[in-house]
Design a protein around this ligand. Sequence first.
Ligand SMILES: Cc1cc2nc3c(=O)[nH]c(=O)nc-3n(C[C@H](O)[C@H](O)[C@H](O)COP(=O)(O)OP(=O)(O)OC[C@H]3O[C@@H](n4cnc5c(N)ncnc54)[C@H](O)[C@@H]3O)c2cc1C
Length: 407
Amino acid sequence: MPLDTTSDSLTRDSYYEATACRGPQRPGLQGAQHCDVAVVGAGLAGLSAALELAQRGYRVAVLEARQVGWGASGRNGGQAIHGLACDPSIIEQQLGADAAKLAWDITIEALDLIQQRLTRHHIDADWQGGYLGLATSARKGAELARWADTIEARYSYPLQRIAPAEVPQWIESGRFHSGIHDPRSGHLHPLRYTLGLAQAAESAGVQLYEGTTVTGWQGGASVTLQTQSATGGGTLHAKRLLLAGNVYLQGLAPQLRSRIMPVGTYIACSDVLDERRCRALIPSRSAVCDTNFVLDYFRPTADHRMLYGGRVSYSTVSPMNLAASMRQRMLATFPQLRDVAVKYAWGGYVDITMNRAPDFGRLPSSPGGPDNVYYLQGFSGHGLALTGMAGRLVAEAMDGWAWPGTD
Ligand SMILES: Cc1cc2nc3c(=O)[nH]c(=O)nc-3n(C[C@H](O)[C@H](O)[C@H](O)COP(=O)(O)OP(=O)(O)OC[C@H]3O[C@@H](n4cnc5c(N)ncnc54)[C@H](O)[C@@H]3O)c2cc1C
């Protein structure tokens, strides 16, 4: 079933949209334009790649069907966490121990890259350090401790253990058995971060078109994209194409579509709490994830609300009574918030791969033609930080491959 990308109700009821400043809509692409690299999608993956490419001297155009950050990047839980969505053992089994260590290290570099970008580009996105992984049973606590032992032993990455007796110091909830804490991970306002990255990309020379849907492309030594916007159709000629459209690409790249599955996940955000009351819930102000397969993820916001995510839906239909059902989830963890209203509730799709490892690669733009189409997808609900490094890596890959006619 095609995704319902026309329903804006879930987006419009978002705390992020209510607390970010978008500025005027950027114009759509008109006429015939040329660039070195065309990027489809102004989420964090596409914008990160565009910024990195522009900083290396390439002429880059980003085409966004809706607005910057309309997809997952402007709706997510805001949790920037170490590691990939899959267990490192999956990478180790397929690529060996050295590659698994490299992949882990890239995810830590991704956390540092967020900090660097916030500072360098003066992005005010409410960064707050700290991540708590909390187990919901003794069995899961033992599994989490074993996982932390492995991460420390193999990747030299320190994680603080939280024993059962210490849990009340970390969270005012009776749901949890034990946990781990990582001060290097953290959380932020993802839409402000995405909008800030878009501005940084534009300052570096990137041409950003909003309200511009890429409807098709033809390949060869270069790629020609057809676009549609409110003001009509346009054409973009590029030497390289980067597809960073997440689950929304759909028919544009059928060969990629079968590699990811859209899964709905949802978030509610409470009314503003008294600051002391909010701090008492999670004194370290860390982001939190539980260890359940269908996990709950939550965090305090900078203005002292509880932002609470969870549920999954394998249907592409928006759920009924979203705010009420998410409130029930929040109250299961924090029953003391029963007098607090939910002010916002929204959802979005994550791009899940079969083994939850990210899916990055290259394709020929025509049968037998050069591999001049790159793609970044399959972040599997763990892309807030990793998209940054994915963008840098794809820029390095393009930069390392001489343009036709120049080698
Ligand atoms: C509710 C929710 C909670 C999440 N929580 C977390 C979290 O706490 N931590 C974490 O690490 N990750 C989280 N994620 C995942 C994370 O948000 C994503 O991995 C990341 O944002 C993916 O970025 P992206 O740039 O690949 O895709 P997106 O941000 O979805 O951007 C893709 C863009 O491409 C555009 N596009 C698609 N097709 C076309 C076309 N044909 N023409 C023009 N434009 C097109 C779309 O309009 C869209 O704006 C969450 C995701 C959701 C939905």
